[in-house]
Design a binder for this molecule. Structure first.
Ligand code: FMN
Length: 238
């Protein structure tokens, strides 16, 4: 190994923490809802009520090019319901460009103090112009200016480039008069799979996945269980 390689080589193979106790297992009986949105709501609220979790709505969004080359980054969940999960971004950014050629996405939440994670897979679609306008206008002035100043994901020479742009915009658009750039708006991810993962100290982690039922699918109530609103659920090996 070269000296440089050795200097930066870190082995964290032994790094692991204690998860939940046996009496905190997540079984099918513990499901609050037989469809994933109600279940997500309960877990999300628990995350919101956990003071150590500073941004419970932070999630990792994975997209891919048309050829399937993946990329992932954090975004903030801004709303959810039976129609799906909503976030806002720049449509011309890397993720925006990837979504325009391939709408398949994956979202992952990890709430470390709760040892819980939720994995969502689905199809992303732009939200309406009205929805994007409404949300943009509800944002603080600095955020409106910031997202207008930034051609997200483009290469820039320095931080100063952004500061100059920001000053120009502040002079041009007083508070309350920033128009939403047409390249900025929302996406709604309509899920077809939502998995709830709960870590256990014996490493027999619990995984219950909801997915849309297939046409004429046989529900055996052993491996596949009937859910509500067109969903089925099943346990996955950790
Ligand atoms: C906690 C957190 C929340 C973020 N929320 C958003 C967001 O809601 N929308 C957004 O466009 N970028 C958000 N970002 C920045 C993105 O992670 C990313 O840098 C940016 O969207 C550009 O990604 P892209 O080049 O892959 O398109 C957030 C970053 C972090 C760390």
């Amino acid at each position: 190994m070269s000296a440089q390689k050795e200097k930066y080589s870190v082995d964290i193979g032994d790094m692991r923490i204690k998860y939940k106790n046996k009496n905190e297992t997540f079984t099918e009986d513990n499901l609050i809802s037989k469809e994933p949105i109600g279940q997500f709501k309960v877990w999300f609220e628990e995350a919101c009520n956990t003071p150590q979790i500073l941004e419970p709505n932070a999630m990792i969004l994975a997209t891919a090019t048309r050829d399937g080359v993946p990329s992932a980054r954090a975004v903030l969940l801004k709303g959810f319901g039976t129609e799906g999960f909503r976030f806002y971004t720049n449509y011309d950014s890397r993720k925006g460009r990837e979504l325009s050629e391939n709408p398949h996405v994956a979202l992952t939440f990890y709430w470390e103090p709760l040892r819980q994670s939720v994995r969502i897979e689905g199809i992303a679609e732009k939200t309406s112009v009205e929805d994007s306008d409404r949300y943009f206008q509800s944002r603080p002035y600095a955020n409106q200016i910031g997202s207008t100043a930034s051609k997200q994901s483009s290469v820039i020479a320095s931080r100063q480039t952004l500061i100059v742009k920001e000053r120009e915009l502040v002079a041009q658009f007083p508070e309350g008069q920033v128009k939403r750039p047409s390249c900025w708006g929302g996406y709604l991810v309509a899920p077809h799979s939502v998995e709830f993962w709960q870590g256990q100290s014996d490493r027999l982690h619990d995984r219950i996945r909801f997915r849309r039922s297939k046409a004429n699918e046989k529900i055996d109530n052993i491996l596949v269980h009937k859910g509500e609103d067109g969903w089925v659920y099943e346990r996955l090996s950790p």
